[in-house]
Design a protein. Sequence first.
Length: 132
Amino acid sequence: LADLYVITRQLDLAKIEVEKSLQKARNLHIQGWIAHCYLVKARIAMLEQQFELCKKHLNHSYKIYKKINQMWGIINTQLIHEILRLKTKQPIRVDILQELLRCSKQFNYQHEQLQIQQLLSGKYTMKPLMFL
């Protein structure tokens, strides 16, 4: 629900929902869900142009995803980091995107493949995350 609110730009509602989800995930000690919540928080911060906060949330989620070896999260965190680079007028790192594309193909993450290809072509639009 939180990411649906992000996509529809209802960011106040998104913040409420992601905090509820984060609290539940913490109570249940589900690291992957905790990382997912921080990924949504990063997207919210990016939309609010709070780019340093976005980086902080991305770094937090990436550390968790790496620790639990959750490839979907690793790919999406790095993808969003490249989108952040684009939004902050930094060049995207084509080599990283190509590696993400390779990994996405290996795991058959078709949604991520499409997003990476769009970003590489310069025609990127934000898509919903496929877990909430």
